[in-house]
Write a protein that binds this ligand. Structure first.
Ligand SMILES: NC(=O)c1ccc[n+]([C@@H]2O[C@H](COP(=O)([O-])OP(=O)(O)OC[C@H]3O[C@@H](n4cnc5c(N)ncnc54)[C@H](O)[C@@H]3O)[C@@H](O)[C@H]2O)c1
Length: 371
């Protein structure tokens, strides 16, 4: 019998790519998704989904439907979530309800009939600031940016003597520093899954995704996916809007590599249970990314708008240390940024994204969440 995987949030960006990867590898796949209008616009199953997966519409908060979706399932990949750092700071009840209570519903059901494997999507946002080192080489895991420094536009964290800190890859052992409701829910999701999994003998892996990009990312959702947001701005004739000075480093990992990491986690032995970073190990600045996107979309005239403003909860630099996933899961990201962005642009050209960035920024500003 073929192994059957349930992907919650399977109609979304990462879920749909994972679905394709699992079907190609010989799994049967069922998707469970509430078709959240912020992601799917018209609330219909997206046309990019394959016909070979079984679709069940339902909400993570609806335990009865979720229970039906779990029938006959061997493995669960839990991706369904409200996704967006800024929005989580004012849609607090929604984020906690979907992410925490939704996960609690899933675990309540799995406690009666554990899956063979549970994989849960966590996030780099749990780290807060990434890891740094001082000039002499001491590791700094608690870098902070004071309000005063940020107001003065001194964006990079410094040590206690005011010397510049050097950003270095962030490993899984860095102590979490939760700076948004979204980060808090992602951390509690991963902890809840790991501890309930252990209690019931259910092999469990939490994957901390860094900045995932690729085709099918919701282009009109202004709360998530900086590459999709830049693409949608440029396609609408607007310049990319960049917070701070654009020097902040992030780790952009292609969605096919993320799908591969999920598959490896499903197939890993229970001895590999635990938490893993899923990134590339390389930091790229947001300004560089905007420039690459302008070139690829043929809009060099639309120079990025540097706002010099700061979003509450944003970190300066964070990119992944991926040795642990390489070693235990055989994770080996293959899609380079040039290749991945070129493919993304080909896809974006055929879409009609709505640019909602000004609306989202107004929402944050109105609540004092942009300094
Ligand atoms: N995309 C990234 O860069 C990134 C980074 C870190 C972590 N993650 C995590 O990966 C997972 C997948 O993210 P994505 O980028 O594919 O997002 P996405 O928004 O494209 O997909 C999420 C899916 O979940 C569904 N969903 C939302 N609320 C639901 C609910 N209450 N019940 C059932 N389904 C619901 C949505 O309709 C959507 O199809 C999320 O858990 C997210 O927190 C993503």
């Amino acid at each position: 019998m073929r192994e059957r995987v349930l992907i919650t949030g399977g109609a979304g960006f990462i879920g749909s790519h994972l679905c394709d990867a699992l079907l190609a590898a010989g799994y049967d796949v069922r998707l469970y998704d509430n078709l959240n209008p912020q992601v799917h616009g018209n609330g219909a199953w997206p046309s990019y989904l394959t016909k070979h997966a079984e679709l069940q519409c339902g909400d993570m908060r609806d335990a009865a439907r979720l229970g039906r979706a779990l029938e006959g399932i061997d493995d669960v990949v839990h991706l369904a979530a409200s996704v967006g750092v800024g929005q989580s700071m004012y849609e607090i009840a929604d984020y906690v309800g979907v992410n925490d209570c939704g996960t609690a519903n899933l675990l309540q059901l799995l406690s009666k009939k554990p899956a063979r494997k549970l994989v849960v999507a966590s996030s780099m946002s749990v780290y807060g600031e990434g890891r740094y080192r001082t000039a002499p080489g001491a590791i700094v895991d608690n870098a902070v940016r004071s309000d005063g420094a940020i107001r003065a536009g001194a964006w990079d964290p410094v040590d206690e003597r005011g010397e510049a800190l050097v950003p270095i890859p962030t490993p899984e052992e860095k102590v979490p520093d939760l700076a948004s409701v979204y980060a808090l829910t992602k951390f509690s999701q991963e902890r809840m899954c790991l501890l309930v999994g252990k209690a019931y003998g259910m092999s469990t892996v939490a994957l901390r995704f860094f900045n995932v990009y690729g085709t099918r990312q919701a282009l009109s959702n202004p709360y998530t996916g900086v590459l999709a947001i830049f693409a949608s701005r440029l396609m609408n004739g607007n310049p990319p809007m960049i917070f701070e000075d654009g020097g902040q480093l992030r780790d952009f990992v292609h969605v096919r590599d993320v799908a591969q990491a999920c598959r490896s986690a499903i197939e890993a032995a229970p001895t590999a249970d635990g938490v893993y970073n899923v990134g590339t190990g390389r930091g790229v600045s947001i300004a560089e990314l905007a420039d690459r996107m302008r070139t690829l979309l043929g809009r060099p005239d639309l120079k990025p708008q540097l706002t010099g403003r700061y979003r509450i909860g944003d970190v300066r630099h964070c990119f992944a240390e991926i040795k642990k996933a390489r070693h235990a899961l055989g994770f080996d990201p293959k899609v380079g940024l040039n290749e991945g962005m070129a493919e993304l642009v080909e896809w974006v050209r055929c879409e009609a994204p709505r640019d909602q960035v000004d609306f989202a920024t107004r929402e944050l500003s109105r609540r004092g969440l942009v300094a």
